[in-house]
Design a binder for this molecule. Sequence first.
Ligand code: DX5
Ligand code: ZN
Length: 217
Amino acid sequence: GCSCRLAPSILNADLSNLAVECQNLVDAGSDYLHLDVMDGHFVPNLTFGHPVVKCLRPKLPGVFFEMHMMVSDPEKWIEGMADAGANMYTFHYEATKDPAACIRKIREAGMKAGMGINPPTDVEVVLPYIDLLDCVLVMTINPGFGGQKFMAECLPKIQFLREKFINLDIGVDGGVGPSTIQECADAGANLIVSGSALIQHKNRKQCIADMRSIVDQ
Ligand code: DX5
Ligand code: ZN
């Protein structure tokens, strides 16, 4: 088994009760929180931005916030998110003309840098940036909505990266839950995002424990 870290995506939680939901997921055993930001342009949906993150930060001191930035022009929100207390900024390869500059700016702002790739994007595009990145996030759905079907055909991208880079943090996001986590971990993912399968589970603590026991075998 791997030493996987589990991160809930709060997208399908009660967003009117965001701080309570986040605390509940931390208490249930999450390693960190995956916060989905959507701009209605890069993806056909809207969520929230750095003003909300800034209000959330003091309520969850010490909790690691990974911002999953499903936005066009991701350079735009780097300073705002750093100032709001975000720990990691994951932008999309498809969303910027200059990923290297984006990564540099994220680091200068004091955050960890992640880069996501959508299902249609070839995995090779990340190779020039590996040394600059803290994490590659492999999407196993087309981003925009929770609760979509897991796309197992994206797993070879994770395998490809894991074979080349033993120590790289590789995230997986989209349709991951107790029934799909095994194949993600087997492929080599170590940062596991889980949305609706965890949020809608009647016992979140049990769900996290179940997922952990599957990958720790
Ligand atoms: C979707 C988001 C995901 C999403 C995952 O665009 O990036 O983080 O919330 O939700 P599930 O696990 O339901 O696919
Ligand atoms: Zn996400």
